[in-house]
Design a protein around this ligand. Sequence first.
Ligand code: BES
Ligand code: ZN
Length: 709
Amino acid sequence: RWLAGLAVLRGLHLMLLLLGRTVPLSFVHRVTTCCPSSLSRPVFVSSVLIKLRTTTSASYSTVFVSAAGQNTGTMPERRPFVRLPTDVYPVNYGLCLKPDLIDFTFEGKLEALVEVTQATNQIVMNCADIDIITASFAPQGGEEINATGFNYQNEDEKVTLSFPSALQKGSGTLKIDFVGELNDKMKGFYRSKYTTAAGEIRYAAVTQFEATDARRAFPCWDEPAIKATFDITLIVPKDRVALSNMNVIDRKPYPEDENLVEVKFATTPIMSTYLVAFVIGEYDYVESQSSDGVTVRVYTPVGKAEQGKFALEVATKTLPFYNDYFSVPYPLPKIDLIAIADFAAGAMENWGLVTYRQALLIDPKNSCSSSRQWVALVVGHELAHQWFGNLVTMEWWTHLWLNEGFASWIEYLCVDHCFPEYDIWTQFVSADYTRALDLDALDSSHPIEVNVGHPSEVDEIFDAISYSKGASVIRMLHNYIGDEDFRKGMNAYLVKFQHKNASTEDLWDCLEQASGKPIAAVMGSWTKQMGFPIIVVDQEQVSDDRILKISQKKFCASGPHNGEECPNWMVPLSICTSEDPKCTKLKVLLDRPETTITLSGVSPDQWVKINPGTVGFYRIQYSSSMLESLLPGIRDLSLQPVDRLGLQNDLFSLLHKQADMQEEKNRIERVLGAISAPDLIQKVLNFALSSLSHIILLCLYFILNVIVE
Ligand code: BES
Ligand code: ZN
């Protein structure tokens, strides 16, 4: 199954290459393959092969356990994962790197200011595929001691530096000289190939550190909670562009080689290692200033600066949106966006230097609106991380879902604000929301929040459940709280934890304070258990009141839930009527298996709909009479497009489950037919019109030909 999955992916990849297209993100996330683990999960198409390779070489291999629970010994035992010791931690990294773009190697010098919290004669750091040449430690004002041993624990991606005497409590400077390879694996410090206008093949040096690959570029404390400042210097050929997180503060000839220059960057704010980045290559750029005074540049391949203009427009609109939404200014003086030729993910939010695959470039003459929309969303996503992720960082990878789920929701809020003409929320429903419901209804799904131990497990949680279900439940939360209190809570969270680390619970606390609502309890029910409920609704008219009988049960694609105990969700429900289909008439929190709600002032001829805006992460099963009553709203289109979309999606998924109930099936099909009808007519009309225009063009062409002849 695994090999078959791989073959399918390879086929798809080939097909895309033949079509000469870059893989758009929506596609990337949708491709699934059968992995050795039990979860069938989305993977990045372009990084599949690498991931499979690393899977086979990893020592954290599966333990085969017998029915009696004993290790059968066929595979090596899983070693418990241990975080780095805290007796020595970094305060500032002085890092100088000299890449060789011909031999694909680099030399590095680290001069880190560290704090020893407890006397020790060892320093344990992360380090992978790097050779340390020398290491020494000098206590502040004291004498330098050389390390006498470097003990690499390759499987743990760690190195232990041993010193002949104990390093005493207090500050000191750790110096390490090392060399590494500019690899071709699209992670760590790697090479990216491009062809010049004259047809010459050249290489750029670029980085991709998330989640745990900074350790491939320099020895470091590569955990998100171990933050420090960085002073970065790059020694590069004088005709190349050198970029890093901060602005350049000095550029001078390199004394040992007249072809090189030494480029020094300003000190970064305190930050996590996975957000550090550098790029050395040949690029053009377009530049602008955002209304809040940040210099924005989009770097493109040489000769393609024009194609960076759309991303520049998006970024200059996006930055002020987030400044205003979070009420926290962007803390760096500049932000660069760069399109990289070889790039495994869709984009990466390195602080101040966001890297993208080349789909960032928009050819003004030959691009379609879906490409522009992708660019708007992806820029909106990565710039949101500059606050949510970079300024306030997750304490550990367990909270990664929040980082990605939040950015995957707010990117839409931002694009809707900057480009209202895109009607982007409808796309959220048709892409992320319905995909998340489909996947999460499978028995093979998993809770959004999963404990991550060893970083090799991080890759497994970068999936559609983290991204699309994560975004969907945050959207539901935003709707439940209301924008005003949500913003208040967000601001409190960002201010309280800025330049620090936080957990999912810390965000819930801030939102709870701001709204006075039980956020932790509500959200826990959506993030800690997999799946979602189906809300079963029936109605009764009592004079001018509509009485709704509402209950919840787990929705399973495979048939009725038959586990021991049916899980319960705390479901924020909203209800609208035909009186004002765009407006929520009532909001309630369903915190038990069933309840009765009275809607007053609803006449018998009005229809009632649950979940206006298709915001709640659940499906709805209406009674026959309720479903039938929605038909007029569907036919006269007063039921909003996202509502029709949500209803259609629910009914499709229910249709499979009602296979034995012909009458109900017919009813559902009638409603589905009504939903699709206006669309179908529109399609037929569009087709007829476009055929007509083709015929007219052909006629003109023949007439012109005749005239010319
Ligand atoms: N932080 C991720 C990039 C990432 C993903 C790094 C996986 C390492 C492993 C970034 O913010 C992201 O989510 N990128 C998306 C694009 C976005 C528009 C959803 C991607 O790469 O698909
Ligand atoms: Zn992201």
